[in-house]
Design a protein around this ligand. Structure first.
Ligand code: PMP
Length: 283
């Protein structure tokens, strides 16, 4: 693979980042994951916008414009011959002698991008539906910033796997915040889609925004509010959204079937409508 590191395109085994990089020492970095379909970028504008917000919240600089970032993404797609997959982008506060205090403002940020080939449309998980467990949300309280501080979601996912499930839904004060790396939704018996409202308790998903727009276009009812674990257990269906998963039905929660235990019609419909719409708009 060819990766991008600080202005250069290099083979992955020649790419270097300092051991003093603050991303490595402090998880002092932010990231984005953009999907590629037909060799084109899905919702690139949305990911750029959220990246700028994450950088702003952490007072982190980046000397590349959205146009520069787009050119790098496209170059990597071309060099790695990506038809379907993802592009990962990470920006850290750069390398400096280890100190909790931020390094001087002229410290250049570290910028790394790499590609991952992966079939996204033909997903076995989406076809069978995911099993989720619920676990306490023990992350910090700025989940709206997309930082590389991913240890807790990683532990949550491991716990899910250990219990024979696919993912963990995180719960704060009895209410689901989101999945370990996705936004979470339920559908109530009257067909209303319920998903957590935007706050610092969750990451504002780029896919969430686009999928809710699809749902509105389809005249589906939407409520953006917290929902409890009990409501999820009694939902007629459930699903999650993320840039790389699109829309993935959830069929089981804590070992109990959701609805009839099969991917539901709302999630299935939204998945295909979302994919079609985003494919048309890809750049
Ligand atoms: N929440 C969390 C915690 C995530 O890590 C992600 C994926 N990065 C999402 C939600 C979904 O966001 P997006 O749709 O932008 O991928």
């Amino acid at each position: 693979r060819t990766v991008y590191v600080n202005g250069a395109y290099v083979p992955e085994d020649q790419a270097k980042v300092s051991v003093f990089d603050r991303g490595f020492l402090f998880a002092d970095g932010v990231y984005e994951v953009t999907s590629v379909l037909d060799g084109k970028l899905i919702d690139f504008g949305g990911h750029c916008k959220r990246l700028r917000r994450s950088l702003g919240e952490l007072e982190m600089r980046l000397d590349l414009s959205d146009e520069d970032l787009l050119a790098i993404h496209r170059e990597l797609v071309a060099r790695n011959d990506i038809d379907e997959g993802m592009i990962y982008l990470q920006v850290t506060r750069g390398a400096a002698d280890r100190d909790f205090v931020f390094p001087p403002e002229d410290t250049p940020p570290t910028v790394v991008l790499f590609t991952q080939k992966k079939p996204l449309i033909e997903s076995a998980l989406a076809a069978r539906g995911q099993k989720v467990i619920t676990i306490e949300d023990k992350r910090w309280s700025r989940c709206d910033i997309k930082t590389v501080q991913l240890l807790y979601p990683s532990l949550a996912k491991m716990e899910a796997k250990a219990k024979g499930a696919d993912d963990a839904w995180l719960v704060r004060d009895g209410f689901v915040t989101e999945g370990s790396s996705n936004n979470a939704y339920i559908v109530t018996s009257d067909g209303t889609i319920v998903t957590r409202d935007i706050s610092s308790a969750i990451l504002s998903g780029i896919t969430r925004q686009a999928v809710l727009e699809c749902a509105r276009d389809l005249q589906m009812k939407i409520e953006e509010r917290p929902f409890s674990v009990e409501e999820a257990e009694n939902a007629v269906e459930a699903f999650s959204t993320s840039a790389s998963g699109f829309v993935v039905p959830a069929v089981e929660i804590d070992g109990k079937p959701i609805g009839d235990g099969k991917p539901g019609p709302v999630a299935t419909r939204l998945r295909s409508v979302y994919i079609e719409k985003m494919r048309q708009a890809a750049i």
